[in-house]
Structures are given as C-alpha cells and as structure tokens.
Design a protein around this ligand. Structure first.
Ligand SMILES: [Zn+2]
Length: 237
C-alpha cells in the first residue's frame, strides 16, 4: 500500500515537482541486490516470486508512469522495496503504548505491574496476530532515516502529539559536532549481550555495529541464554 502511495504521490505532481519528489525518495539509503538477498533469506524462498508479482501488478496500475518507470524494472522495484523495508519507521501513536509508558514511569521497577503489562501485550498479540502493537502505521522520514544506530544512543524517537509528527529527543547533552544516533532496537533488546544485538542488526539492517559499547564487549562471552534469545528475537522479526 505504501509503495502504491509513493508511486501515486509522485505521478500526480507537476513535471517539475515530480523530479524533486522522486529525488527525495532516491536519497534514502538502500542497496537493492544485497538487501534483497537478505530479505529473501528472512522471508522465504517464495519472496522473490511474490516481489516480482507485486511489481507486475504495480506496473499494470501505473501504465503511464513517467519518472517512476525507473522503479518498475526488477532492479528498480527491488531497490524501492528494500528502501522502504530498511527506512520505514513505525508511527508510535498507539494509545495503549502511551498508557504503558505512563504507568511504567509511575511504577518504575514494579515487577508485578511489568508482568501484567507483558501479559496484556501477549493477549493483544495473540488476538491480533501482529507484533507491532505500538505502531499505527509505517512512514518514511528523511532526517530521522539519516540517523545511524548506536547501542548507547544520545537521542530517541518520540511521537508526542499522537499523530505522525516525529520528534528526535536528546537523551543526554550533545556537543556541537557530535553525531546524533538513535537505537534501531527496542529497549529490552538493547540491554542484551553484544552477540544478540549484533545478530538482530545484521538480520534487520544488514550491518555490524562497531559502536563504543560493542567494541568494549568484544571479549565478552555470550551465555547460553543470550544465544537462545538471539535465535528467538530473529524468529520474531
Ligand atoms: Zn553497538
């Protein structure tokens, strides 16, 4: 749906605007063939066929495509798909997640409350069949997508107005010239060992983290539970 919207959004513009918008999308990071191979590993052997089918359908929907025709070739479509997969940001405006955040702040460290919240999330997930319960959609943000990951981030993403407006909020003092980094993983995963984090980042974002925290943990042995947790987290995605 997001792909169709991108095509339509560009094609409906005036000629001059089309190029401007097309270039904005083209500036997002994506390495089509490499990322696509990883997606195929993750989403199954039929992924390539399904993607090709989706490309054919999209081409049929936009027979008079002008500038976006470049994305209707097999390579161009792979680039577009992986660009959205890598850069798509969940829009965190779920009312329930805001309630959880407020309650967690008020009862910080209360195990009973934590386990009750986990249990509600589990029930919601079983009922909806969806893991991304805190998100109400996915969107592309030009500036936010240029923030690199760090396992000790100095900023975080917030949706304070309960809409699609994203805020990048500092978690500590940031000096002029310092890189602004966010975390690409949930907080609980961020607290796990280097191997687990590394595994998650490789499978989902196709890079190996070399942040200060990862460097300082290079010699740390991975425990049995870390190894099994890493497998679990991979399967969940
Ligand atoms: Zn790291």
């Amino acid at each position: 749906m997001l792909l169709a919207r991108i095509f339509a959004m560009i094609e409906q513009q005036s000629e001059q605007k089309k190029e401007e918008l097309f270039n904005q999308f083209s500036n997002f990071c994506s390495r089509s063939s490499e990322d696509c191979t990883s997606l195929e590993d993750k989403l199954g052997s039929e992924f390539g066929q399904r993607l090709e089918h989706l490309r054919e359908l999209m081409a049929a929907c936009f027979p008079n495509a002008t500038i976006t025709r470049a994305w209707l070739t097999p390579t161009g479509f792979q680039w577009l798909f992986t660009m959205v997969a890598v850069n798509g940001q969940g829009v965190g405006t779920s009312v329930f997640s805001q309630w959880v955040e407020n309650v967690s702040k008020q009862f910080d460290g209360n195990e009973e409350i934590d386990s009750q919240i986990d249990s509600i999330y589990e029930k919601l997930m079983n009922h909806s069949g969806c893991e991304f319960l805190n998100n109400e959609g996915s969107a592309l943000y030009r500036l936010q997508s240029s923030c690199n990951h760090n396992c000790l981030p100095n900023a975080e993403i917030k949706f304070p107005y309960s809409n699609f407006v994203l805020n990048l909020v500092a978690l500590k003092d940031i000096n002029a010239g310092d890189e602004i980094c966010i975390s690409y993983m949930e907080e609980d995963l961020l607290e796990r060992g280097r191997g687990t984090r590394s595994n998650y980042l490789r499978r989902n974002y196709y890079f190996t983290c070399t942040c200060d925290k990862c460097q300082s943990q290079l010699e740390d042995p991975e425990s049995e539970s870390e190894t099994s947790m890493s497998v679990d987290s991979d399967e969940e995605d």
